[in-house]
Design a protein around this ligand. Structure first.
Ligand code: AMP
Length: 406
C-alpha cells in the first residue's frame, strides 16, 4: 500500500510517500516557512534530483494541496492519481497516557489529541493542523496517528513516576513519558532481525543519538525505561539541551542571579549541551574538529557526552538484569565512529567490546562488536517514516479498514 507519511511542525511539513511492502520511498520532501511571506517546497521523486518551488504557503491546508498537486504532476510527479494513496500516517509527538498504541483518527481521537496538546504545546497543535489538512484534502482516505510516546507506555511505574508529592502525578499527570519511541521501536526490531533472534528474548539498549538524544532499555520488545522524561531536556546531554542537571542550579539562577524563568528555559533548551560546554557548536562534527585541533572545552564536551550515554547504558543493563545488545542510531549514532568508540570505552565491564575496525562505518547497518564480545554492538540506521507507514498499515488491517483503493 502507498502511504503518505506526514510530520507536521508549526511552519513546516515533512513528508514521505512510502510503499509499505518494500519500504521504498516513492517521493519525499519538505514544505517550510508556512505562513511566512515566502514559502518553500523541496521534493524528490525516488532517487531523482531535488526540485524546489518557492511561493507563499499561507497555511498547512494549502501546503498539503501543493504537495498533492506535485505528487500527480504529469511531468515531475510520482503517481497517476491521488486514489493510489491508501492511507496517511501522521507523526504525533505526545499521546500522553491516553494513547498506548497507534490509532485510526476519527472525531473522538481528535478530541483526545486536543486534550494532550497542553503537554506538548509546541508540537501537538501543529501535528493536528497536518491531520486536519489531510482529512480535508484527501476525503475518504484513512488517517492514522503514530505517537512518539506510545512505545514507552509499557514502562513500569518505577521508571515513570518521579519522587515528587503524589499529587504531581495523580492530578497533573506529570511523569516520564519518553520520546523518539518510533525510532527506538524500529531500531529494536531491526536489531533482533540482524542478530537473528526473537525480539521477545532480548535485553537491548537503543542509543538514539542525534541533535536530540535518548537512550531506551528494551526488554522482551517493550520499553522498560528511557532517558527523556516529562519534557525533552532531561537524560543525556544533547546538541543544545543540557540533559540531566541539578535543579538547584536552575532555582538558584532564578532566585539569586537575576535570571527569569524564560531565560533559564532558553538556556537549558537552546544554549547548553555540546554548544554550551564547547562554546563552538551544537553539531558533533564541529565539536570533534575543534577537539582534534586542541580545543580543551570541545574535548571536555565530548567526554561529557560519552560519559552520560555510557552511564545510561550501565544503569539500564542493571535495570533489565541482562544486556544482549547495544544499538546506535540517528545522526551521531549512525555516522560518528569516534563518539561510538568513546562511549564503548569502559563498557568492557558489561561484556561489551567494540571492534575498532568494524566500527569504521557511517550510515550503514553493521555489527561492530569484537568476535569475543558477549554483548553485540550494532549500528542500525533508523527509519521513522517507514515505521509510521508500517504502523499505519497494521492499525488499518487490525480495524478491518485496509485503506482506500483506487
Ligand atoms: P540528527 O538530529 O539525527 O539529524 O543528528 C544530528 C547530529 O548528527 C549532529 O550533531 C551531527 O553533527 C551528527 N552527525 C552527522 N553526521 C556526522 C558524522 N559524519 N560524524 C559525526 N557526527 C555526525
Amino acid at each position: 500500500m502507498k502511504i503518505l507519511v506526514i510530520n507536521s511542525g508549526s511552519s513546516s511539513i515533512k513528508f514521505r510517500l512510502v510503499e509499505s511492502s518494500s519500504g521504498e520511498a516513492i517521493a519525499s520532501g519538505l514544505l517550510e516557512r508556512i505562513g511566512l511571506e515566502q514559502g518553500r517546497m523541496e521534493y524528490r521523486v525516488r532517487n531523482g534530483d531535488k526540485n524546489v518551488i518557492e511561493k507563499p504557503i499561507p497555511n498547512h491546508r494549502t501546503g498539503l494541496e501543493m504537495l498533492l498537486e506535485m505528487l500527480v504532476d504529469p511531468a515531475a510527479g510520482a503517481l497517476a492519481s491521488l486514489g493510489e494513496i491508501g492511507a496517511v500516517g501522521h507523526r504525533v509527538v505526545h499521546g500522553g497516557e491516553k494513547f498506548t498504541d497507534s490509532v485510526a483518527i476519527g472525531p473522538e481521537v481528535i478530541a483526545k489529541l486536543e486534550e494532550c496538546s497542553a503537554m506538548a504545546p509546541l508540537h501537538n497543535p501543529p501535528n493536528l493542523l497536518g491531520i486536519r489538512a489531510s482529512m480535508d484534502a484527501l476525503p475518504g482516505v484513512p488517517n492514522v496517528a503514530v505517537f512518539d510516546t506510545a512505545f514507552h507506555q509499557t514502562m513500569p511505574p518505577v521508571a515513570y513516576v518521579y519522587p515528587l508529592p503524589w499529587s504531581v502525578y495523580e492530578e497533573k499527570r506529570m511523569r516520564r513519558y519518553g520520546f523518539h519511541g518510533t525510532s527506538h521501536q524500529y531500531v529494536a526490531m531491526q536489531t533482533a532481525r540482524i542478530l537473528g533472534r526473537p525480539l521477545e528474548d532480548l535485553c537491548l539498549v537503543v542509543c538514539h543519538l542525534g541533535n536530540g538524544s535518548s537512550i531506551t532499555a528494551v526488554k522482551d520488545g517493550r520499553s522498560v525505561d528511557t532517558s527523556l522524561g516529562y519534557g525533552t531536556m532531561c537524560g543525556v546531554m544533547m546538541g543544545t539541551r543540557s540533559g540531566d542537571v541539578d535543579p538547584a542550579i536552575l532555582l538558584d539562577l532564578i532566585e539569586n542571579h537575576g535570571m527569569t524563568v524564560s531565560e533559564v528555559k532558553d538556556m537549558v533548551y537552546k544554549r547548553s549541551g555540546l554548544l554550551g560546554v564547547s562554546g563552538v557548536s551544537s553539531d558533533m562534527r564541529d565539536v570533534e574538529a575543534a577537539a582534534a585541533a586542541g580545543n580543551e572545552r570541545a574535548a571536555l564536551a565530548l567526554d561529557l557526552f560519552a560519559d552520560k550515554v555510557r552511564k545510561h547504558i550501565g544503569a539500564y543493563a542493571v535495570t533489565m538484569g541482562r544486556l544482549d545488545a547495544i544499538a546506535f542510531t540517528a545522526g551521531i549514532g549512525e555516522n560518528g565512529p569516534e563518539m561510538r568508540g568513546m562511549i564503548c570505552r569502559g563498557l568492557e565491564v558489561l561484556g561489551a567490546r567494540i571492534d575498532p575496525e568494524a566500527n569504521r562505518v557511517r550510515g550503514v547497518e553493521k555489527v561492530i562488536s569484537a568476535k569475543d564480545s558477549r554483548v553485540s554492538i550494532l549500528v542500525v540506521p533508523t527509519n521513522e517514516e517507514l515505521m509510521i507507514a508500517r504502523e499505519t498499515e497494521r492499525v488499518l488491517s487490525k480495524e478491518g479498514k485496509p485503506g482506500a483503493r483506487p
